[in-house]
Design a protein around this ligand. Structure first.
Ligand code: GLU
Length: 500
């Protein structure tokens, strides 16, 4: 049975890497009739952040990568939260002590700091000096029974090369002299990641472990633990490190590491999924755009690359634009509404503040405006915006005149004409609009044609007759198509705005 898992720690906002790994896990499980498990690794209680678990579920729901087993979805291998499994870790840690593969360590922090300092001074990378490793076990046990503070450390075998295998990277050899006698049980009774991950992956019968490249250096410790327990190892794959275009880590400051940043920008989840599948993997037929179902059919862990892929935001924008353009107007409105609803009700989750000129209230206003339109106008709104934007956020500056006032820039309005000329022209347009009895788009389109003729009669360029109308209504020189916008805006507001 294929069983894959993702095991995030609830230590803050949802990192892009969690979605990235989960997507491969889920696809591989689906392809092989297996299961994808979500486990919450909260053994580091100091770093626990309230709300982080909810952010994990919300992000996975958003992209539609739903676990088959998890604390929320249940399953036969629970509990799926590590802090609810402390007795299990304790039992196995004691087993390791009993078999002589782990030992109690009583070194106080001050001593450990001194050892560290000495190492650093003498130019070695800091390592525990194994002070407690060879204490007679009976004595150590007595000290533990007497309540002395302690941790448990695993013994790293000395003088034996440790070879681990990664499905993509092949065999990797480690020199044991540079591996620390890792703490596996902390003094607070919590296991460290290293012990918990091995026990849980084994007991949850995980067949494939996909995880970030930062865990490669811990890999030999895990291999040793599997050997001590005499357990079969799952297949391991370490993903490549995703970098920005300059080869550096994804910027926390710019938000690129946070899933919520992409959601708030207004990228579609299907585009984000499609885009990240192509980081470290390529479609066998070289396709760029494909559905998740199609991806599932062709994906295999072994085809992942170990080479760091570059995260090209420009390409993501292009891809998202492609997805948007394929949407029907009905779907566009539906997704836009969902997005506005999300942004107007949910606070941003990232390493820093989200940079935007829009407040939660602004999103709400836009949502209310859309909801106030009848179906025909709402679909027209979709129609006139759909081809112009790469992501929903681009739509906001183009359409803000629908919901808020602006200070009219007279110079921009008048440009190379005189104030009188423009004023006269706008009065004429107003008069024509007043004459329209049935506020229907074809009638406005007729006015558009009349204006083109009028340009010829006045000896103005065509653009020059439209420019002041646009600026007085929109407040800028860019907007969705003018007469459609005027139609959506309504007669009353249009007349109100057509002034100098
Ligand atoms: N809890 C670890 C993390 O958040 C998981 C590592 C693993 O997948 O084994 O990075």
């Amino acid at each position: 049975m294929i069983r894959t898992r993702n095991a995030p720690s609830p230590t803050g906002y949802l990192h892009l890497g969690t979605i990235y790994q989960s997507l491969f896990d889920k696809a591989f499980a689906l392809k092989n009739n297996g299961k994808f498990i979500l486990r919450i690794e909260d053994t580091d209680q100091k770093r626990y952040t309230p709300g982080a678990v909810e952010a994990i579920y919300s992000g996975l729901d958003w992209v539609g990568v739903i676990p088959d087993e998890s604390p929320k979805h249940g399953g036969d291998y629970g509990p799926y939260v590590q802090s609810e499994r402390l007795d299990i870790y304790k039992k196995y840690a004691q087993e390791l002590v009993a078999s002589g593969n782990a030992y109690y360590c009583f070194c106080p922090t001050e001593r450990l700091l001194e050892v560290r300092k000495k190492d650093q001074k003498e130019g070695r990378s800091p390592m525990y000096d194994k002070h407690c490793r060879n204490f007679p076990i009976d004595e150590s046990k007595k000290r533990v029974e007497n309540g002395e503070a302690h941790v448990i450390r695993m013994k790293i075998p000395e003088n034996e090369k440790i070879v681990v295998n990664d499905l993509v990277r092949g065999d990797i050899e480690f020199d044991p002299s540079v591996i620390d006698d890792q703490v596996i049980m902390k003094s607070d009774g919590y296991p460290t990641y290293h012990l918990a991950v091995v026990i849980d992956d084994h007991l949850m019968e995980i067949s494939h472990v996909l995880r970030g490249p930062e865990w490669l250096t811990s890999f030999p410790k895990h291999k040793i633990l599997y050997d001590y327990f005499k357990w079969k190892m799952p297949i391991f794959i370490h993903t490549p490190l995703i970098t920005d275009m300059k080869g550096a880590k994804l910027s926390k400051r710019k938000g690129h590491a946070s899933v919520d940043w992409f959601r708030r920008k207004g990228f579609l989840p299907e585009a984000v999924l499609n885009f990240i599948t192509l980081l470290g993997w390529s479609h066998p037929e070289g396709k760029e755009i494909f559905s998740f179902d199609e991806f599932v059919k062709v994906f295999d862990f072994k085809d992942l690359s170990a080479v760091s892929p570059k995260f090209d935001l420009v390409k993501l924008e292009w891809m998202n634009g492609q997805y948007l353009q394929k949407l029907s107007n009905v779907d566009f409105v539906k997704k836009l509404t969902e997005w506005l609803n999300y942004c107007s009700t949910t606070k941003y989750q990232g390493a820093t503040e989200y940079e935007s000129n829009w407040s939660m209230d602004d999103y709400k206003l836009m949502l209310n405006f859309l909801n106030s339109l009848n179906d025909e106008k709402r679909l027209l709104f979709a129609e006139i915006n759909n081809q112009r934007i790469k992501k929903f956020e681009d739509l906001l500056p183009l359409n803000s005149f629908f919901i808020s006032d602006f200070v009219l820039d007279e110079n921009l309005l008048i440009e190379n004409k005189s104030k009188e000329e423009i004023s006269e022209h706008l009065d004429w347009v107003k008069g024509e609009i007043e004459k329209i009895e049935d506020w229907e788009l074809p009638n406005l389109k007729k006015l558009e044609e009349t204006l083109v003729k009028r340009a010829g009669e006045m000896n103005w360029k065509v653009g020059e007759v439209f420019h002041p109308i646009r600026v007085s209504i929109v407040g800028s020189t860019v907007s969705p198509p003018l007469f459609e916008s005027i139609y959506i805006l309504g007669k009353e507001k249009t007349l109100k705005f057509l002034n100098l």
